[in-house]
Design a protein around this ligand. Sequence first.
Ligand code: ADP
Length: 261
Amino acid sequence: SQIMSRGLPKQKPIEGVKQVIVVASGKGGVGKSTTAVNLALALAANDSSKAVGLLDVDVYGPSIPKMMNLKGNPELSQSNLMRPLLNYGIACMSMGFLVEETAPLVWRGLMVMSAIEKLLRQVDWGQLDYLVVDMPPGTGDVQLSVSQNVPISGAVIVSTPQDIALMDAHKGAEMFRKVHVPVLGLVQNMSVFQCPKCKHKTHIFGADGARRLARTLDLDILGDIPLHLNIREASDTGQPIVFSQPESDEAKAYLRIATEV
Ligand code: ADP
């Protein structure tokens, strides 16, 4: 549309950053942040010569600080830019570093947008090959604003195989197409749970919904991540699975996805 295309010439690269990859989802709770964190670690693990950063613009519910076991206030550089915090070799920036963990994020409109502007433009990333961006869920102002202001190499869309999640993932894919962001593909998360005792497999949220959606939208499936206790525990303890159990099948699923982006 007119409005969309008028937004595009404003696009300005993030200084020092070669490729921006956004991780998005239609709904909350489908594993978007978990995917963003493990994708960042996997990109770095697959090629140690690559510098990788992680930017959490999920301003209403930042989860990167906990998942990456980081807290504190970013220092300012000489040119008054915020220095990312570093863990497991990944440079991280999050709204969670700028506000109290328990402070309710009740900002609206302009306040959220100025926070986004800060996170996009006032961070000293140094030189990065990849910046993985953890988007908020859905297709709101933040997603649109990020997509219109920064050149994005591609979007990874995370969904469970459940209909309601897929419907929203579909909307997400359409939004990126409208603003000319290439959709790299879908990650189907929590597709299967295997009982650790009897090895029986259960498709708790459905078996292959994301595959069907991928066919409808003519998109690739970048990977399938099982519903697994180790993934949840690793995230909650701030030791993401790609870092803490790189030899596990679950970590390998993320490492494979990183070769596709
Ligand atoms: P979102 O960013 O979409 O809101 P999260 O990444 O925060 O979702 O994941 C929601 C919850 O589900 C978290 O507790 C996370 O640890 C857990 N989780 C995500 N993916 C998996 C998985 N494949 N297996 C087990 N738990 C998962």
